[in-house]
Design a protein around this ligand. Structure first.
Ligand SMILES: Nc1ncnc2c1ncn2[C@@H]1O[C@H](COP(=O)(O)OP(=O)(O)OP(=O)(O)O)[C@@H](O)[C@H]1O
Ligand SMILES: [Mg+2]
Length: 261
C-alpha cells in the first residue's frame, strides 16, 4: 500500500559537508500496520515523514501510495505535528473542519464530520472554544481530530505527544490505537520514547544517523494485546514488554553511536 523505494534525501551541504539525511531507505507498509520510527536525533525520522507527506521531494528513489507516486501533499495523508500547528484565530471546530473547507465540502456536511471527529477524540464539549483556551493535551487531540476529518489512508504523526505529561500522553496513546484499529489504514508515528514505541507499534523501525538509514526492524504484539485486554498498565508491565524494552534500548544506544562521524 505504501512503498518507500530506495529513498535518498540530500539537503544542501553545510560548511562543505554534504548532508545525506536519508540513504537509500526502502520500506513497504501494508494497510493495517502501525509503524513507529525510533532513533537518535538527526537520523532522518522527520525527513522520512515529510517525504511520505509530500512536503519534500526525493533526491533519489520514490514514495508510492496505492500505486501512485507521491508528488506533493494530499488529503489521503493526514499529518499531526509536534505542537502548535492549529490556527489560533479559529475556534476548535473551525480548525477541525479546515481541510474539508479547502475541499469545498458544504458547511453542514463539514460541521457534521467535524463534530463526529471531535466526539471521537473526546472533545465535543469544547467545539466552539478558542484553541488558545485549551490545554496542550486537548490541543493535540484537536490536531488529531483535524487529521482524521479527511478519512486519510495514512496518518503521519511526528512526535505528537512529546510535550505532554505522562498521564495525558498515555490517554492519547490509547486513543490513537483505537483510531488506528477503526481506520484499518496505516499510522506512521515518530517518537524518542522507547516505551511509547513498543506500546504503539505493530512494526518498529530503528534508524541510525549520518547517513540516515534503517538499522533494525521488528514486529511487535503489544498494540493488539492492549486492544484485546484494554489493560495498558498490564501490557506495559508484562515480562515480555520489559524484556523487549531492554532489548530495544540496547539497540537504540548501539545504533546511535554507529553513525559515520
Ligand atoms: N531543511 C533542512 N535543511 C538542511 N538540513 C536539514 C533540514 N532538515 C533536516 N536537516 C538535517 O537532516 C538530518 C536529519 O534531520 P531530521 O529532522 O529528519 O532528523 P530527526 O530524526 O527527525 O531528528 P529529531 O529527532 O531531532 O527530530 C539532520 O542532520 C538535520 O540537521
Ligand atoms: Mg524530527
Amino acid at each position: 500500500m505504501l512503498e518507500i523505494k530506495d529513498l535518498s534525501i540530500q539537503y544542501p551541504a553545510s560548511k562543505g559537508v554534504p548532508n545525506l539525511a536519508l540513504d537509500k531507505v526502502s520500506l513497504t507498509i501494508e494497510a493495517g500496520e502501525f509503524v513507529v520510527a525510533l532513533g537518535a536525533s538527526g537520523c532522518g525520522k522527520t525527513t522520512l515523514l515529510n517525504a511520505i507527506a509530500g512536503f519534500i521531494a526525493p533526491t533519489e528513489g520514490e514514495v508510492v501510495l496505492d500505486g501512485k507516486v507521491v508528488e506533493g501533499p494530499g488529503f489521503e495523508r493526514g499529518v499531526v505535528f509536534q505542537k502548535h500547528a492549529l490556527m489560533p484565530w479559529m475556534n476548535v471546530i473551525e480548525n477541525v473542519e479546515f481541510g474539508l473547507r479547502l475541499r469545498h465540502v458544504p458547511l453542514h456536511e463539514r460541521r457534521r464530520i467535524g463534530m463526529e471527529c471531535l466526539r471521537r477524540v473526546g472533545l465535543s464539549d469544547v467545539a466552539h472554544r478558542p484553541v488558545y483556551e485549551l490545554s496542550g493535551g486537548m490541543q493535540q487531540r484537536v490536531g488529531v481530530a483535524r487529521a482524521i476529518a479527511s478519512s486519510p489512508h495514512v496518518m503521519l504523526l511526528d512526535e505528537p505527544l512529546g510535550a505532554l505529561d505522562a498521564f495525558t500522553r498515555e490517554s492519547i496513546q490509547e486513543l490513537l490505537l483505537d483510531l488506528w484499529n477503526d481506520s484499518k489504514g496505516v499510522f506512521f508515528f515518530i517518537t524518542h520514547d522507547v516505551e511509547e514505541a513498543l506500546f504503539l507499534a505493530t512494526r518498529l523501525i530503528i534508524m541510525a544517523p549520518r547517513p540516515g538509514r534503517i538499522m533494525h526492524e521488528m514486529r511487535l504484539p503489544f498494540a493488539r494485546q492492549f486492544l484485546e485486554t484494554r489493560d495498558a498498565r498490564g501490557t506495559k508491565a508484562s515480562a515480555e514488554f520489559i524484556a523487549m524494552r531492554e532489548r530495544v534500548l540496547t539497540l537504540v544506544h548501539e545504533t546511535s553511536s554507529e553513525g559515520v562521524h
